[in-house]
Design a protein around this ligand. Structure first.
Ligand SMILES: CC(C)(COP(=O)(O)OP(=O)(O)OC[C@H]1O[C@@H](n2cnc3c(N)ncnc32)[C@H](O)[C@@H]1OP(=O)(O)O)[C@@H](O)C(=O)NCCC(=O)NCCS
Length: 171
């Protein structure tokens, strides 16, 4: 039996998810555009507002172990009419102690299935810093294709990383 529960986050649980978000920003700064200081400054409210306003078109999937959120993936449908056939995946993260157990793959599969069946999109986009080898491998294994490489995209301290832009077509 699968020991890990993957499910959609409910809005009232956003504080628990935000704890994971802060840990992710600290642990893997090159993987995310937001800094820890920015996240602390703006707090949880902007995320909650987006979830409330987005409804079923802006959701987070989480993995929970014994009550603690240990991983998450966000998926948001584009609201612009001419882009409404597409969704974007963001905030992919699994806590270090829980890695290499298939959790990110389960989270991504849930997000992809949701984008296909509920959001009814035909393409899913994401962006990943080239330094994030595990994440890039994961996305390739799930059928995402690299269509662009943006040099000098993400700056963390003195280091500057290229970013890969990837898409998965939904049949
Ligand atoms: C990327 C990340 C989410 C993967 O989480 P995970 O739960 O360990 O991943 P899984 O166990 O589900 O592995 C799924 C696939 O990812 C790839 N992968 C995972 N860890 C890897 C590693 N250390 N090296 C290379 N590929 C790796 C493999 O393709 C793997 O499939 P396989 O087990 O059949 O080989 C995790 O390493 C992480 O949180 N990294 C830091 C944050 C980050 O880079 N986020 C991406 C933002 S765009």
């Amino acid at each position: 039996m699968d020991p890990y529960e993957i499910r959609m986050l409910e809005n009232h649980e956003i504080e628990s998810w935000f704890d994971l978000r802060l840990a992710a920003l600290k642990d893997a700064p090159a993987a995310f555009l937001e800094t820890v200081d920015e996240a602390k400054q703006f707090g949880v409210e902007p995320y909650l507002k987006r979830l409330i306003e987005g409804g079923k078109d802006n959701v987070l999937f989480v993995c929970q172990d014994r009550g603690e959120i240990v991983g998450s993936v966000g998926v948001v449908k584009n609201t612009r009419k001419k882009l409404s056939h597409s969704a974007f995946i963001w905030g992919v993260y699994v806590m270090p102690d829980y890695r290499k157990k298939g959790i990110a793959r389960m989270l991504m599969n849930q997000a992809i299935a949701y984008a296909k069946e509920t959001m009814k999109v035909r393409v899913i986009h994401l962006s990943v810093a080239e330094s994030q080898i595990a994440a890039t491998q994961l996305y390739v294994s799930l059928g995402f294709e690299i269509w662009g490489r943006q040099p000098n995209a993400i700056c963390v301290g003195d280091l500057v990383y290229p970013e890969l832009h990837m898409s998965k077509q939904i049949p």
